[in-house]
Design a protein around this ligand. Structure first.
Ligand code: ADP
Length: 308
């Protein structure tokens, strides 16, 4: 079984420079290294789900500029359909300017969401049929929220299960959360959204209760190297992460969410899907980068066969 998935979200080009120190206001610093690549939470999660074996429609919005080619090339590289992309005639492709201090690894990031922050009703109309025929719709909070609200409503009205990865944090309405199949905040976002600091199973249960009261059907909170808390059908548990030597945890949440939805669309239970997603994320944190670090299905299966 492999049900259809739609990932609706952001694309930005990551423009990353390493520098001897982070510039103070007004200062120009000579950097030592530059790399650009595909990024954005929506795009990262779509690539992760596709590489993990999901039947994914990636919906995002690009500009009519050379930066858009970075998205198109990345999709070609992994054999992903480009039929669900929107293009803005006015607004440039989104970017993230990332400066990393080469001594401390501290970073400074400026994100300009650009085209993917301008998704219109007319854009959404072109993917309406695909959303309606999907089993799952995965959203994040990185595109214009009115577009998220619109597609979430469309999906819920048509029996499509909506999963919201509540990253990066921004306040959302109870109406947006109500009727969602699943929310997947990390610990920080869970506290921001519920007011409950999440430190252990008991406090996670209290945070989950706040989500349930808002009409969310299932709750999952990612706990970094500790793994993931899930609460479904009246039972909660922590599914531990795999112990690995992490070298770059940027995009761990994206890897996890992509893996999770791919597994759910194969009919796995939430707890089985969390294990699969933990494996996918554990492989990705041992590699540098976001989209290039997402493993293939073969790599995930080999990891699971070895680690159980
Ligand atoms: P985010 O990147 O959104 O803050 P988390 O840090 O909670 O998300 O990580 C998401 C998932 O990635 C975790 O639930 C876990 O499966 C995996 N993960 C993160 N850090 C590690 C690590 N150091 N070792 C193994 N797995 C990790």
């Amino acid at each position: 079984m492999r049900e259809k998935i739609t990932v609706f979200g952001s694309f930005v080009v990551d423009l990353m420079a390493r520098t001897p120190h982070l510039p103070v206001p007004g200062e120009t610093v000579k950097g030592s290294f530059f790399k650009q690549g595909a990024g954005g939470k929506g795009f990262n999660q779509g690539i992760a789900a596709h590489k993990a074996g999901g039947d994914v429609a990636m919906v995002t919005k690009l500009g009519r500029d050379s930066l858009a080619n970075i998205a198109l090339d990345a999709m070609d590289e992994v054999g992903m359909a480009k039929d669900y992309l929107f293009f803005s005639e006015e607004v440039a492709t989104g970017i993230a300017l990332i400066s990393v201090d080469e001594n401390t690894s501290q970073n400074e990031i400026v994100i300009v969401s650009g085209a993917c922050g301008t998704i219109t009703d007319a854009d959404i109309a072109t993917v309406e049929e695909r959303i309606k025929s999907s089993a799952y719709l995965l959203l994040q909070l990185e595109v214009n929220q009115d577009a998220n609200e619109k597609v979430a409503r469309l999906a819920k009205d048509n029996g499509v299960r909506v999963i919201v990865n509540t990253a990066p944090y921004q306040p959302v309405t109870d109406e947006f959360l109500s009727g969602c199949y699943l929310v997947t905040p990390n610990e920080v976002e869970a506290e921001e959204l519920t007011g409950v600091p999440v430190t252990d199973l008991q406090s996670a249960d209290r945070a989950a209760k706040v989500f349930f009261d808002k009409g969310v059907q299932n709750v999952l909170i990612t706990l970094g190297s500790r793994g993931v808390y899930i609460n479904t059908e009246g039972r909660s548990e922590i599914v531990p992460a795999y112990k690995v030597d992490a070298i770059d945890t940027t995009g761990a949440g994206d890897a996890f969410n992509g893996g999770l939805i791919a597994a759910l669309a194969e009919g796995k239970s939430l707890s089985e899907a969390a294990r699969f997603a933990n494996a996918l994320a554990a492989i990705s944190v041992q590699r540098i980068g976001t989209t290039p670090s997402m493993p293939t299905r073969g790599e995930i299966d080999a990891f699971l066969a070895e680690r159980g």
